[in-house]
Design a protein around this ligand. Sequence first.
Ligand code: C5P
Length: 223
Amino acid sequence: CRTTTLAHKRVLVTAGGTREPLDPVRFIGNHSSGRMGFAIAKAAAIAGAEVTLVSGINTLPTPRGVVRRIDVMTTGEMKAAVDSVYPQCDAVIKAAAVADYRAAHPASEKIKKDTATLHLELAKNPDILWELGQRKTHQLLVGFAAETTRVLEYGMAKLRKKNLDMLVANDVSAEGAGFQGDTNIATLLFADGTQEALEKMDKFALATIIVERVAALLAAHPE
Ligand code: C5P
């Protein structure tokens, strides 16, 4: 009998984009709205999970039932928040769009526009999810892959490289998929090599399916 409930399960969800400061008024960011991750947090709470939501900056209200929300700005702050919660988690769903690079030397004063060109040196950020995969004990790990080409091939490679149990792959160049809108088109990839292609749907409907698959995997997961 397959269970679809997350009662007594501790689920960590990351959502939104991170921002990396260039100076006190500017940052490097991305188009993530946080809607997919917030929808997952809501669906997981409805399924009975004890949800911690780690969110990049946005104005979305905290979904009802989420027990803890930690707002972060940078990838480094997101990593610290995620790492502190990880040991007690049963599942981690990383829907956040993480800035892969940060300014190597953020300016302490506003950068002046008196030169024709401006060179920024960027330093690579840690890959939070990859590091969770290396330290995995009993946790179920779910990643996201936003690609514009060869989505399933890159997605499966990412699942293996990051030691994930499930990956939500979506083509952000497709109409009705990806960052800002209310709908998404995803294929779920699983560690056993199986795939589940889903129709275009509302982000909350997709979140509900993701949460159901997580519950089923946890039920089958040896502790
Ligand atoms: O490698 P890529 O960035 O496409 O992987 C996407 C997945 O990895 C997402 O689940 C994202 O939240 C996570 N990620 C991360 N830390 C990074 C980059 C990505 O946790 N620095």
